[in-house]
Design a protein around this ligand. Structure first.
Ligand code: NOJ
Ligand code: CA
Length: 704
């Protein structure tokens, strides 16, 4: 039911600060106060249960070639308050319906020196605040260039932060846990090598940024609805504990080219004294526009396997030959090339994966390295690098199309753009048509290496518009998109639910590139997942990568039970079983969980949560009444003590528990697990051992 009503004078009062306005969250726990300082600078502050969360902080924008900017000299010419409460149904998701419930304050400001108007719109939910700048159509402000957004978030103390270093080109870092005051000193160590990276400040960090205060408040800073604007980083003034927005520049160093009427994305501050509420919040989605796709029947959650991990580990190659140090599409003759004997995307190997997918109830198979050009695909700043339609000689598109169709398996296309964005846009229409003609209705795209046009960054306004273009074009062809290395998501999947996944963080691939921290997966749900699902690619059963490729000594820092739990804790409608079929055949009893686990949900209950330490969530499968539970653990072993009160009363379930053995350890003994079956009810208490880097997974099936 939709309910909108305007409350005329909601908490409007005057104080010694000019024109202070107060806004309360629906449950009254959060209070936002807006005011103008004496020179007409907009300010806001935020309190939770009477504790300061954000101390008085400035708002505004610095404009290029404009001495007045949009920083001060403002007066309030209008205020409007409203309340909003509605439920909406996501096309896929963690829950069946989402409540969008907030109180709103829109302040219209007029700048005395220029007569320009800006609206700052605040929405206060029970779990946090969203606000944005709006530029109405007006004579004195039409086209303008943002030099920097000057939004401040003044922290009330030296909080613990779970951060990755600010960077214009990569998000694929391990998280560092430290005090805010320690970020500067730890910055150099936090920046590890990547194929494209541009850091900008020793105290710069990325959003979504998770923090915890000494008095037990959880605070999260991020953004929602990043459309036609650069992605926001945060730069910390570590003397005063003030974060300030730091937008990703274009190649000239400009931040945003704006035309009124327009708006910025929402800046978000989530806050709670219960970490589980941060995980359960749907505020980021709620700040996005409703679904714009009328017929969504073609958008479906996907469980898939792929010709992928064998290349990531170095067992196989994307490239067909080792003979060609350089390739020119249309000129290089692959029929003359000597195959290197380890090309993964060959027809026979792909058919093995299709067979495996069909035998084990998967929906789809991803194949990478199927198209020509991989011999020389990054590092050379090549413009025309792939055409996205020409297969290697050993990959038979039609044969695979027909074979997959006969087995009831969908194929997932791979478009590695090599960050040659103009090249991708040139080929996009033909590439999407080629997909549809050959039975592919989902694409994994990727943006490895430095962006072309040269000098552009991975998260500038120009390229944010490219990711959006690729997504909206895909709607025309009924194609689902999973973009890797694209900008971190900000809830846009509400508006375009064909965005079924993104990478945009350090995924499982890094476990084969030297490894990730064992507690990484206890932080991602608080950070990267706030904006939307991640194609994390879980399900690795063989942790010793040298067993796949003797030349690769990487170790997967996770127990096998932890890998199973990821299907629950890393929510996504797109889930991969990333390991090789032979490793699943070796551990068939544990693989059963991956076969059984659902990927779309009617309900989700966060049971335990502490960033960096553990996350436990139970989810009710869409339409079947089955429940599944996953729990991931950080570095320190623990017992997870929970009550199964989410199960339905007076029903009995058979719980199959996949847990770490007592001697399991992510480093020394990752494959030690046990599986037991017990009959449980919603009164049952469970105590389960979690090894370092471990966890457990449970399936609950009702006894009839
Ligand atoms: C990086 C992606 O994250 C990975 O999944 C992909 O296999 C490679 N790029 C090659 O496109
Ligand atoms: Ca990647």
């Amino acid at each position: 039911m939709k309910k909108i009503f305007i409350i005329a004078f909601l908490s409007l009062f005057l104080s010694n600060i000019v024109n202070a306005q107060q806004l309360k969250s629906p449950n009254g726990n959060l209070t936002m106060t807006f005011s103008l300082s004496n020179d007409g600078t907009p300010n806001y502050k935020l309190a939770y249960k009477n504790k300061e969360v954000i101390k008085s902080s400035k708002l505004g924008l610095e404009l290029k070639n404009d001495k007045n900017s949009l920083l001060n000299n403002f007066s309030i010419i209008d205020t409007k308050t409203a309340s909003f409460d509605e439920n909406w149904t996501p096309v896929w998701g963690e829950v069946k319906t989402i409540r969008n419930h907030y109180n709103e304050l829109a302040v219209t400001l007029s700048q005395a020196t220029t007569n320009r108007q800006v609206i700052i719109r605040f929405r206060l939910f029970d779990e946090g605040l969203g606000f944005r700048y709006e530029f109405p159509a007006q004579k004195n402000l039409t086209y303008f260039v943002i030099k920097e957004e000057k939004t401040q978030f003044t922290m009330a103390g030296d909080h613990t932060a779970y951060w990755i270093a600010g960077d214009y080109d990569t998000q694929e870092y391990d998280f560092t846990t430290s005090k805010l005051s320690e970020i500067r000193g730890l910055n150099a160590k936090a920046i590890t090598a990547n194929l494209s990276q541009t850091s900008f400040s020793p105290t710069g960090v990325q959003t979504s940024l998770m923090m915890k205060t000494d008095n037990g408040l959880y605070i999260n800073l991020h953004e929602a609805a990043l459309i036609n604007y650069p992605a926001m980083h945060l730069n910390l003034d570590d003397k005063n504990m003030i974060f300030e927005s730091w937008l990703t520049p274009d190649m000239k160093g400009d931040k945003g080219y704006m035309q009124a009427p327009s708006t910025t994305p929402w800046r978000t501050i989530m806050v709670s004294d219960d970490a589980r509420e941060i995980l359960a919040s749907k505020m980021t989605y709620n700040l996005n526009e409703p679904n714009k796709i009328k017929d969504t029947s073609w958008i479906k959650p996907v469980k898939y396997v792929g010709v992928w991990w064998e290349m990531i580990t170095g067992k196989s190659s994307w490239a067909y030959t080792d003979d060609y140090p350089s390739v020119e599409l249309g000129i290089t003759d692959y029929t003359k090339a000597k195959p290197n004997g380890k090309h993964g995307a060959n027809t026979a190997n792909v058919k093995k994966y299709i067979d495996f997918a069909a035998q084990n109830g998967f929906d789809a198979v991803l194949v990478e390295g199927w198209n020509i050009g991989w011999e020389d695909w990054y590092g050379n700043s090549k413009d025309y690098v792939f055409d996205f339609v020409t297969p290697y000689p050993d990959f038979n598109v039609q044969d695979i199309r027909d074979y997959a169709k006969a087995k009831g398996i969908k194929m997932i296309m791979h478009h590695e753009t090599s960050s040659s964005v103009r090249n991708y846009e040139r080929h996009l229409d033909t590439a999407y048509k080629f997909m549809k003609a050959n039975g592919y209705d989902a694409v994994k795209s990727g943006y490895v290496g430095n962006i072309l046009p040269r000098g552009e960054n991975h998260y500038s306004q120009w390229i944010v518009n490219h990711y959006q273009y690729a997504l909206e074009e895909a709607v025309k062809y009924k194609i689902m998109v999973n973009a890797h290395e694209a900008v971190r998501p900000t809830g846009i999947a509400r508006t375009y639910p064909n965005l079924i996944g993104n990478e945009s963080a350090r995924g499982t691939e890094y476990q084969a590139f030297g490894g990730s921290k064992a507690n990484h997966v206890t932080i991602l749900p608080f950070t990267r997942l706030q904006g939307g699902p991640m194609d994390y690619t879980p399900g690795i059963f063989e942790m010793d990568i040298s067993k796949l490729n003797p030349g690769n000594n990487s170790h997967v820092n996770s127990t096998l039970a932890n890998q199973l739990a990821l299907y629950l804790t890393m929510y996504s409608p797109l889930q991969m079983a990333a390991d090789l079929p032979e490793n699943y055949n070796r551990f068939a009893d544990a693989f059963q969980f991956i076969k059984d686990v659902a990927i779309d949900w009617d309900d989700s209950k966060y049971i335990e949560a502490e960033p960096g330490q553990y996350v436990t969530v139970a989810r009710k499968a869409k339409g079947t009444g089955k429940w599944f539970l996953g729990s991931v653990n950080g570095e320190t072993q623990r017992n997870s003590n929970i009550v199964l009160d989410f199960l339905e009363t007076s029903k009995k379930y058979t719980a199959t528990i996949y847990a770490d053995a007592k001697d399991a350890h992510y480093k020394t003994n990752p494959q030690a697990y046990n599986i037991r079956k017990v009959v449980v009810t919603n009164k049952t208490k469970l105590s389960t051992f979690c090894a370092p880097g471990g966890g457990y997974a449970i399936s609950f099936i009702e006894n009839k």
